[in-house]
Design a protein around this ligand. Structure first.
Ligand SMILES: [Zn+2]
Length: 226
């Protein structure tokens, strides 16, 4: 099985990837981890990646694609794998299709975790902090006793710019702009299949829904070596 896991910021995707890895016994591959590992190895490509990231630049597709290709050829991927947060562009999706085909993997199942936008906004903007003592609150999971005031020193709580509702809206918009064309690619071009699941449930139930989707849609669970 080749599983691509997608979901907007705040949807709980970060909880699902390790669950899937553990319970299905397949590696969860993220391009971020892949780049970090290469940089830790201090290979010549790792040094190149370090330099780009230090300059605040994006790592070009050609490098990500090459690393991914090498990663997917490793033996632990033979029975299937999960890719988290990739592809992010139609170009990358096209390249992934080529790599999957050349390694004789089946077409991917793209699982998208749907969560209503107001809930996502609430989660992404739940963090407040005290400018007096630095205490951090979360209005969903660890609210202050009195709304808007620090429990310790009763200073009025503030939000970092990253935690505001406006930033949450921007992040979700950016996610849609990046993801919609990729979903369109898999829907339209026969590059794979897209399944939407209800991400607004407990992690266990979300996992069960992902597992059911795999059982229904993935008929070739094991890779056939050429
Ligand atoms: Zn305080």
């Amino acid at each position: 099985m080749v599983l691509l896991l997608f979901g907007p910021p705040g949807c709980g995707k970060g909880t699902q990837a390790p669950l899937i890895q553990e319970r299905l016994g397949i590696p969860a591959i993220s391009t971020g981890d892949m780049l970090r590992r290469e940089s830790e190895r201090q290979s010549s490509m790792g040094k190149l990646i370090d330099g780009l990231l230090a300059d605040g630049r994006l790592v070009p597709d050609a490098i990500v694609n090459r690393l991914l290709e090498a990663r997917l050829a490793e033996p632990d991927c033979a029975d299937g794998f999960l890719i988290d947060g990739y592809p992010r562009t139609v170009d990358q999706a096209t390249h992934l299709s080529d790599v999957l085909e050349s390694l004789a993997y089946p077409k991917p199942l793209l699982v998208h975790m749907d969560v209503p936008e107001p809930l996502l906004i609430g989660r992404l903007s739940a963090r407040w902090n005290c400018p007096g003592c630095g205490a951090i609150y979360n209005v969903l999971s660890k609210p202050p006793i009195e709304s808007g005031l620090c429990d310790v020193d009763r200073t009025r709580l503030t939000q970092r710019r990253d935690d505001t509702v406006a930033t949450a809206h921007r992040r979700l918009k950016a996610y849609r702009e990046v993801t919609d064309p990729v979903l369109g690619f898999y829907d339209a071009a026969g590059g794979g299949k897209v399944v939407h699941i209800d991400g607004n449930q407990t992690p266990d139930l979300v996992f069960e829904e992902i597992k059911q989707a795999l059982e229904v849609h993935v008929r070739v669970p094991v890779r056939k070596r050429r």
